[in-house]
Design a protein around this ligand. Sequence first.
Ligand code: EPZ
Length: 416
Amino acid sequence: MDKLLIEGGIRLVGEIAISGAKNAALPILCAALLSSEPVTFTNVPQLKDIATLLALLAQMGVKVQREGNTVTLDASTLTEPVAPYEMVKTMRASILVLGPLAARCGEARVSLPGGCAIGARPVDQHIKGLQAMGADVVVEHGYVHVRTPRLKGTRLVTDMVTVTGTENLMMAASLADGETVIENAAREPEIVDLAHCLTAMGAKITGAGTDILRIEGVPRLHGACHHIMPDRIETGTYLCAAAVTGGEVRLTGAQASSLDAVIDKLIEAGCTVQSDADTLRLTAPPKLAAVSLRTAPYPAFPTDMQAQFMALNCVASGTARVRETIFENRFMHAVELQRLGADIHIDGNTAVVQGVERLQGATVMATDLRASASLVVAGLVAEGETTIERIYHLDRGYERLEEKLAALGARVRRGK
Ligand code: EPZ
């Protein structure tokens, strides 16, 4: 069942609940490796990537208990500090076990994740940081081998802002001997959520959410209970879907404060957006205005929302310039959107999108998680039926997608 069939042209109206954030849950579940006591996580989204990570942790000897969106991990006996290629190749974020294993076990063998559709995705900053903390790191036969009697606190400056690089090094530093300062740290809300979880486990971290993190190493971390933050990219995706269909939606369990750059762009496009502590409401205009954007590290416009906004610009009035500065190959949704009748011209890392009167439904192919989300957004507004192939990409990052879309009035179903 790897196709999604969408009947376009229906206004999305109604209310849905936002799930826990995939990109917060992935590093936070890995943080359980740092403690010999059980850690419980609530609001964990039920996604393919989460299942893959839990299987990886289980084969290391972690006891995994899962009931719905609650997960308890007990890493008291780690038998195998190894992340094999067969598992890492299906989920790059498995690299997030590297820092915790090095810190907790003093050794780790983790397969290099390799590239993916959107770019080469190297992990040199993760390795460089561990080496600076005194670890002996050898990369051979496609694996990163890390050995260290105990990591030492030090001052690190990453060459570029890296989200999982910052997360790996922050986790490693939490058990190091002495203080670690990470400069040029990523400021994403998922980093802040991870820091909250580590602090609940006894870590001493200041500066989360700024570009300078200070971590005072402690001898051990204890158990805790942590509630995963809402998924801001899922939130932004549904806001885009409502915007393109001229809809009116209410998203509960959302966190508007983590989406300022996206909300600003939706308002610029002509939407009305209201929010309170944990709810977001969007009312779309009859016709959207094109909005240009440039992706950059948080708090700027997130690269994970670029594809969805390209779809929005396809049916807006005017011309938009969409510039991707984070990944070198994150425009693969453009050719698929063109199959739906979009007018897009790619010029290096900038896509020039000329809004058209309407898109026509067609069969298109998903290439990566957020590209597939942009095809869903486009399919919801295209005339007629759109069939999206290879939707296993979507299942990696969107919990109960059809159910949530149907609750908003969309006509969507899975097919062979
Ligand atoms: C995280 O990926 C997210 N994944 C990505 O979301 C997101 O697009 C990305 O951050 C940027 O916000 C998770 O959190 C699991 P980076 P990550 O390290 O950490 C270069 C999704 O759709 N770089 O911040 O892998 C890298 O090539 C996914 O949910 C190095 O050169 O991204 C890129 O150009 C897709 N060397 C830039 O830095 C390194 O050692 C930013 O990458 C690390 C990164």
